[in-house]
Design a protein around this ligand. Structure first.
Ligand code: PMP
Length: 297
């Protein structure tokens, strides 16, 4: 599904076949989760293939490597050039892009001084599909920010996402909603959450969440489009009084919620701010939003 015998990846300075990548069983990240990664999308636009917010994604990757003491010296510009080259080598126009930094061979706990950088890309539809989601509150909380750097995309942090996803999917739900250690709504296992109440949007503030690049794009677009949005803690009970809700993420893009536990969101999704933003986000990634705004002026 992710690659075939002709697929090319970038690995430690070279473009090579995916099937020829060798990762050692003594790789420190495999054992202890001290790797960092990103999830980026490229879109086939009228002006060719465009990697959406490459700089912001590579900044977050470099930040994660820094806080985890992982050696990683590529600049955002170099990484962006490698990404475009890799897309071209694989003849991909619309793609999901996965940079991954892992460690050298070391069974000790102090971060090793060697690292590997692998960049993969493949064709991937919207991660959570196109239907409204049936969501369940997980019994797992998001990691406590005093125990790790929650805002860094560290491989080991994703055991929390795996546990909560397994938990709710095994009960027939589509996705998990997680609370933070104070009991406030935090986010989904791989996306941020927004709720709409009385024509205004609310999303949890930074601090206990992964500050999504899609989340910032949505907030910026709201400001430009005069949609009222506030970053504010809210409880599960408050979310269960919302008119509508949606998740945002690079892989999922913007996707509406049908229900949360027993609560069914009452507003028709097509009438919600989330639906409007889903369409605006699509226009934004395709470079059409400002063109549309200009055309309507
Ligand atoms: N929260 C979590 C836990 C995530 O894994 C992701 C995906 N990176 C997001 C939110 C959304 O982040 P972004 O919009 O940058 O993809």
């Amino acid at each position: 599904m992710y690659y075939n015998e002709n697929t090319i990846v970038y690995h430690n300075g070279e473009f090579i076949k995916a099937k020829d990548v060798l990762i050692s069983p003594y790789n420190q990240s495999l054992h202890y989760g001290n790797g960092v990664f990103e999830g980026i999308r490229a879109y086939h636009t009228d002006e060719g293939t465009k990697v959406f917010k490459a700089e912001a994604h590579y900044k977050r990757l470099k930040y994660g490597a820094k806080v985890m003491s992982i050696p990683f010296n590529y600049s955002e510009e170099e990484l962006t050039v490698i990404t475009y080259n890799l897309l071209e080598l694989n003849n991909l126009k619309d793609a999901y892009i996965r940079p991954l930094v892992t460690m050298g061979e070391d069974m000790g706990l102090k971060t090793n001084t060697e690292s590997n950088f692998t960049l993969q890309c493949w064709d991937w539809g919207r991660y959570m599909g196109d239907q409204l989601l049936k969501v369940k509150t997980s019994r797992f909380q998001r990691p406590n920010p005093k125990s790790c750097f929650v805002e860094a995309k560290v491989t080991g942090h994703y055991t929390n996402s795996v546990l909560s996803t397994n938990e709710v999917k095994s009960q027939g739900y589509d996705e998990a909603l997680l609370l933070d250690m104070n009991g406030y709504v935090a986010e989904c296992s791989g996306a941020n959450v927004f709720m709409e109440k009385d024509n205004k949007l609310y999303t949890p503030p930074k601090g206990n969440i992964m500050p999504g690049i899609t989340r910032s794009t949505i907030i910026e677009m709201c400001k430009e489009e005069n949609i009222s949005v506030e970053e504010k803690h809210f409880t599960l009970d408050e979310l269960k009084e919302a008119d509508s809700a949606f998740f945002t993420g690079t892989a999922a893009e913007v996707v509406g919620l049908q229900s949360l536990d027993e609560y069914v969101f009452p507003m028709d999704w097509n009438q919600s701010l989330g639906f409007q933003l889903m369409k605006l986000y699509k226009a934004e990634v395709l470079g059409l939003r400002h063109k549309k705004i200009l055309a309507t002026k």
